[in-house]
Write a new protein. Structure first.
Length: 240
């Protein structure tokens, strides 16, 4: 008689996308919008992000916040901070606000397929970092974007080196004193599994990258988790 072999326990539908630090420039501008560029100079970037439950693979219909620096490395709200000088990049609120600008920030609800799209520009860099975009997945109740402040996941999205080299050669990104780090040189990319948060990027134009880029990624999160990177009280620190 053959020995009975129990079937293997099912594994997660997706590997959890690793979290990254929120950085010092998180704020809560209460802006629900798809186009976050506000006319900022830079090469266009169209983003399509799919958010799924890592345990089941099902789409997540919740809120997503996104923020990043402009072509010169400056963040809205901190526009007067010199991006060519390294700063304390570890904690929310580590750097005092300098203004009330809101460029390159915004949030949306995902659709029934767990998809959200943003129109923005390809980010530049600031001293001590590679090119990246910050993102947070917020679990909400009902249709009120501000009703629930449970942040399940905080991450950073990274770019392929070949695309970033083309972008940094463009006029809007040049003339900097600081040099951009490549991904492997970036301490957070290296220590927090940044390779797992690499966008798939291709140029929009067939023959040139000057028309901009399209980037996409699937992000798998634990909807029951509460991220330690952004706490509920952090939403009250810098609200416009």
């Amino acid at each position: 008689m053959n020995d009975y072999i129990a079937p293997a326990a099912p594994g997660p539908a997706f590997l959890l996308t690793p979290e990254q630090i929120a950085g010092p420039y998180f704020r809560n501008p209460n802006l629900i919008r798809r186009n976050i560029s506000e006319g900022a100079n830079g090469l266009p970037l169209l983003l399509r992000l799919n958010i799924v439950d890592a345990m089941t693979g099902t789409p997540i219909r919740d809120a997503l916040d996104l923020w990043h620096c402009n072509a010169r490395g400056a963040y809205s709200g901190w526009s007067k901070v010199n991006p060519d000088e390294e700063v304390d990049a570890s904690d929310i609120g580590a750097i005092p606000r300098t203004d009330d600008d809101t460029y390159l920030r915004g949030g949306q609800f995902t659709d029934k397929k767990g998809t959200v799209r943003f129109t923005t520009i390809y980010p530049g860099f600031y001293a001590g970092r590679t090119l990246h975009i910050h993102i947070a997945v917020r679990i909400v109740s009902g249709t009120n974007y501000l009703e629930e402040r449970h942040v399940a996941w905080v991450g950073q999205l990274y770019f392929p080196e070949v695309a970033s080299r083309s972008v940094l050669s463009a006029r809007e990104y040049g003339g900097r004193k600081a040099l951009a780090l490549n991904n492997e040189q970036d301490p957070y990319y290296a220590s927090m599994r940044g390779a797992a948060s690499m966008l798939k990027v291709h140029s929009i134009g067939r023959d040139t990258w000057e028309d901009g880029f399209f980037g996409q990624m699937t992000i798998a999160v634990d909807t029951l988790a509460a991220s330690a990177q952004i706490k509920p009280e952090d939403f009250d620190k810098y609200t416009v």
